[in-house]
Design a protein around this ligand. Structure first.
Ligand code: HAM
Length: 431
């Protein structure tokens, strides 16, 4: 036998059934996507779909060369025909903005957009962390806030309610201020961290040179005291930034959205300023952040567009659904309504015709394929999870009737005239 080829490490198949080390099924995923589509629509957000591959320069310029994502984790290759460097997208914001600028969507209208799809980061795979993972993202472009800041956080909170996981998520917020405020804070932070340099680990020493704010993100327990006592960005915020942050917090309060202020929340991508936030959980081990985002006011300009204040967030679908599968209320809806069973010559065609009639009336019908004993077919019907079974055998064929069985046993098995098929099943379904 030829050797089997395996999927790429850190990249999952989504199957109709649960896998040993990956519980999520395609039907469960689909139920989530349906919920997301309804949810974004209910807030008036419009969908955008962009290619999975972009020019590498897009991510370098927007996410930042010194970030882990761009510096270490991107899948980058050169297009064979020319020297152009391309990368699989590691996130959706940069691509979304590239498309908005390219097609001039902000010409005279701000935009409320959403997207969903696979992203790629070459991280060390573990539960909740994959090399191909999926995000749902929201980007609100051309709005100064702070009202929109509160709107999108409230929107995320609403989705957690819909999925039945609100009680397992905590909202952390912070303000990163504007460029000048961050520069003043950065200078103070570098001076402070340099005075403790001998106590820093290698990673933090490197970050001190490249991206000092990210030292505050360190999970190293030995560094927590140093990080906690470091100069806080919030102390460097000017009047305008503070007012923006205060109003944002006041609006969250007014919407009854609980939050924790985390002065060390800096996010892993370089484009953020002012409001940043993350939704975290203590139910997924190390991969605690289910959703993160914030303001990125200068980014559209940096990508060649006219200046436009903007904010957004993205949630990791795998992480979120692992939580929902265990604690939430979302139900996969994969089973058909009806399974058709047939036996004797000509019954195959007749069953097929009934199936079409039922589908036209709104039923989902799984047709038995092949020619097996009635018993074997009934077993398949049972395994399919169908609520009802429609049987066409010799007698039914001759008398132009069908036999109907309610697999939940709520109605006795019944043989009805073909003309009464839809009516009977509708009655059974609604009873
Ligand atoms: P991010 O924090 O890099 O932000 O990613 C958002 C979410 O994607 C994370 O909170 C996490 O749930 C999920 N995620 C990230 N990496 C992985 C991975 N390797 N495996 C599984 N899940 C992962 C962004 O990507 C920004 N574009 C969010 C944003 C939109 N900010 C403004 N607009």
């Amino acid at each position: 036998m030829a050797q089997k080829i395996q999927s790429v490490k850190g990249m999952n198949d989504l199957l109709p059934v649960e896998q040993k080390d990956f519980k999520l099924t395609a039907a469960f995923w689909q139920a989530f996507e349906d919920t997301v589509t309804r949810w974004t629509k209910s807030y008036g957000y419009q969908q955008i779909r962009t290619p999975i591959v972009e020019q590498t320069g897009l991510f370098v310029r927007s996410i930042g060369e010194e970030t882990d994502v761009v510096g270490k984790e991107m899948y980058t290759f050169s297009d064979s025909n020319d020297a152009l460097s391309l990368s699989l997208r590691p996130e959706g914001t940069a691509s979304c903005l590239r498309a908005v600028v390219e097609h001039n969507l902000l010409y005279n209208n701000p935009q409320k957009l959403w997207y969903m799809g696979p992203m790629f980061r070459r991280e060390r795979p573990q539960k909740g962390r994959y090399r191909q993972f999926h995000q749902v993202g929201i980007e609100a472009l051309g709005f100064e806030g702070p009202d929109i800041d509160a709107e999108i956080v409230a929107m995320s909170a609403d989705l957690w309610q819909k999925l039945g996981i609100a009680e397992h998520l905590t909202l952390e917020i912070n303000s990163l201020g504007n460029r000048e405020e961050r520069a003043a804070h950065r200078a103070a932070l570098v001076a402070y961290l340099s005075s403790h340099e001998e106590k820093l680990d290698e990673d933090s020493k490197r970050r001190l040179k490249t991206n000092p704010l990210r030292v505050l993100d360190s999970k190293n327990p030995d560094l927590q005291d140093i990080c906690n006592a470091a100069p806080r960005l919030t102390d460097y915020l000017g009047e305008e930034s503070l007012a923006h942050y205060q109003r944002f917090k006041a609006m969250l309060g007014g919407l009854n959205i609980a939050y924790v202020e985390n002065p060390r929340l800096v996010r892993g991508l370089d484009y953020y300023n002012h409001t940043v936030f993350e939704w975290t959980t203590d139910k997924l081990g190390a991969q605690a952040t289910v959703c993160g985002g914030g303001r990125y006011d200068g980014l559209i300009e940096e990508l060649g567009g006219k200046p436009a204040a903007s904010i957004g967030f993205a949630m990791g679908i795998e992480r979120l659904l692992l939580l929902v599968a265990e604690y939430g209320s979302l139900q996969a809806d994969a089973a058909p309504d009806v399974y058709t069973v047939h036996q004797s010559e000509g019954a195959d065609l007749q069953a097929m015709k009934y199936a079409q009639t039922l589908r036209a009336a709104g039923f989902n019908v799984l047709q038995h394929s092949g020619y097996q004993s009635l018993k074997a077919q009934m077993k398949k019907a049972d395994n399919s999870g169908a609520r009802f079974v429609l049987i066409v055998a010799q007698d039914e064929l001759a008398a132009q009737t069908v036999t109907l069985k309610d697999m939940q046993g709520k109605h006795p098995q019944q043989t009805v005239a073909a003309a009464d098929l839809i009516h009977t099943l509708q009655q059974w379904k609604n009873a």
